[in-house]
Design a protein around this ligand. Sequence first.
Ligand SMILES: [Zn+2]
Length: 368
Amino acid sequence: MAAPPFPSDAHIGALPPHFWSAVLQRNNRFDGIFWYGVSTTGIYCRPSCPSRRPRPDRVRFFGTCEEAEAAGFRACLRCRPRAAGDPAAADVVAVCRRLAAAVAEGVEAADLSVAAVAAGQGLSDTTLHRRFRAVLGCTPAQFVESLRLTALRDRLRAGESIAEATYGAGFGSASRVYERSGAHLGMTPGAYARGGAGERIGVVVVPTPLGALLVAGTETGLCAVRLGDDAGALRADLAAEFPAAEVVEAEAAVQDWAAALAAYVAGERPWPRLPVDVRGTAFQRRVWEALREIPPGATITYRDLACRIGKPTAQRAVARAVASNPVALAVPCHRVVPAAGGTGGYRWGPERKARLLAGEAEAVTEDA
Ligand SMILES: [Zn+2]
């Protein structure tokens, strides 16, 4: 799947990743926020246009109608993109552009005052927050955070070192990035609160020797991996948990991840280290990342895991973080066992945990 073009579109700066989803959903909340042009037709539209959805690689995003027209696109006769938008949305757009410009310049978080930007737009901080929530479904701070993470990812992809990319994206220090995103560890939080409008989650349920395996992911990585007896119930639970997201049948990447996990569960291939896109506190993410360092065939106690992340007295918090792992198998929380012996509890059933551990021990013995 081609990466959507918008994060680095020079006309509009970085945009939230859910803009493409807004087009797919014909989401009228985004009318007045951005416009899209289709290269094959030369026409530009508002997000809610009823016309057929374009292919993502044919789309360019614009922050104003003027920009679209300057780029040679004509206004669509069906959706009339020039018709006046919601003034509240226009304020949000103006603030988004100021924030995007500041982030593009690498202004550090500490030096970027959302309140000052709001005042520049003639709005109080409270009004701005309310409008952001209404129009974009996030706070200004979350918007800025998503811009920074996008900038960080783009810089890393462009070959910058972690230090360069970190400062360039305005994070100030590498430890800030670690706290906020863990991006250099291969784990990023969802750019917005999970369940927020516009997020697109691909899902598939595959049969395994341990029962039904639900695998769900965004384009960045896995966001839910669960085991159960009933595929329908697993799907229903997922949909309930992400009420505002667009839950669709998984495309190629998520299908591949599901196949890798299913083959691993069946003992047909080693444990796969897959990308994950999970939301959690900095503490939870440290625990989850530490779990990914425990090799298959090995186990760790809660106490040792607490020491491993430098919090030897935080065993209870560590246990809670382990229990709240949203991506079973991909973050191998089944490798945590009680110090007293035995395999201990497991959200998906102690029987499944015992079989996973036995399978991993056997695979390691075969390799030796
Ligand atoms: Zn249109």
